[in-house]
Design a protein around this ligand. Structure first.
Ligand code: ZN
Length: 153
């Protein structure tokens, strides 16, 4: 178990130091700001959605390593997925980090399983969830208010 935990930490550190899909996305048709006031994490999610498919996803932000790694890995995970598939992924991921779902119930989470450990740290759950809540808001975006993890379930 220790080895697995170390591996998970390595993946998170790698993504937080070298975030993938980092930077504004030219041609994005969705853009939503999110923040996690508890930790000070901020993220902006850019999406290019065409024909019900997430063609591209980028993010810009600053925050703790969990929030950065989560946003980085999320953009990788949702790219190429249909909006419906991406929403399902959101639900599985959310269940994973809140401890409602065990790893083996969600084989399709792949690398995202590295976040399974955060369910033991309630404060960290918001860090891991920030990018996803922001993404969810971007899917149904009508513009308007920034997303915050406060008040979210
Ligand atoms: Zn954080």
């Amino acid at each position: 178990m220790t080895d697995l935990r170390e591996l998970y930490q390595e993946v998170i550190i790698d993504h937080s130091k070298r975030p993938r899909n980092f930077g504004e996305l030219p041609g994005a048709n969705r853009k939503v700001d999110g923040q996690n006031p508890l930790c000070g994490d901020k993220t902006t999610i850019y999406l290019k959605i065409e024909n019900g498919v997430v063609q591209d996803a980028h993010f810009v932000g600053a925050g703790c390593s969990i929030s950065m790694a989560s946003a980085s890995m999320m953009t990788e995970a949702i790219k190429g997925k249909t909006v419906t598939e991406a929403e399902e992924l959101f639900h599985h991921f959310h269940a994973l980090i809140t401890g409602e779902e065990r790893d083996d119930d969600a084989p399709d989470l792949g690398k995202l399983a590295v976040f399974s450990g955060v369910c033991e740290y309630p404060v960290r759950v918001k860090c891991a969830a920030l990018a996803w809540h922001t993404f969810k808001a971007a899917l149904s975006q009508q513009g308007g208010e920034p997303v915050t993890t406060e008040g979210s379930r």
